[in-house]
Design a protein around this ligand. Structure first.
Ligand code: HEC
Length: 150
């Protein structure tokens, strides 16, 4: 095999395994940075199973969960309705909700916005680490990003 062909093969392999430095990297979150972003959420939310906060629902296992599913929290009618109509907290919906919660679920109670896309990507990766099926959540996240990989 010629050097040129070899290099090409390596590049294709790298791209297909997600190691390529393609545009896909721009759309990935970093859970470590997400932990930092989550400091803005802790006044209202806990990620410890069963732990209550007076202001917001518990977020343990929130990734992949239907909206308004913390049995110990009194959600707004708006959020309950969103859950009843099938809203699930996947990557796409969390990205939209965290950018502007009351635009995504009108009349819901949360007001904090994360206007920076990278902050949202990062904090969502952090959320995925907390839940009974955290591994599956992380994997489904990787799959959801697959179309961005050449
Ligand atoms: C000032 C308080 C406050 C802060 C700060 C806050 N939230 Fe919330 N959050 C709420 C409230 C209140 C609700 C419930 C909304 C409702 O019932 O309408 C909520 C709901 C949610 C939900 C939906 C939960 C469910 O069970 O359906 C997610 C996800 C969420 N918040 C994520 C975050 C993240 C991530 C951050 C930090 C970037 C954050 N929140 C910061 C108050 C807050």
């Amino acid at each position: 095999m010629s050097i040129k062909k070899k290099l090409l093969t390596v590049a294709v392999l790298a791209a297909s395994t997600g190691l390529g430095l393609g545009p896909s990297l721009a759309a990935e979150g970093d859970p470590a940075r997400g932990e930092n972003v989550f400091k803005r959420c802790v006044s209202c939310h806990s990620l410890e199973p069963g732990k209550k906060r007076p202001t917001g629902p518990n977020l343990y296992g929130v990734f992949g969960r239907v909206a308004a599913a913390d049995p110990d929290y009194r959600y707004t009618p708006a959020m309950k309705e969103a859950g009843a109509s099938g809203l699930v907290w996947n990557d796409e919906n969390l990205m939209a909700y965290l950018e502007d919660p009351r635009k995504f679920v009108p009349k819901s109670r949360m007001i904090l916005k994360l206007p920076k896309e990278q902050d949202r990507l990062d904090v969502i990766e952090h959320l995925k680490l907390f839940g009974d099926n955290a591994d599956a959540a992380a994997e489904s996240g990787a799959e959801a990003e697959a179309p961005a990989t050449p």
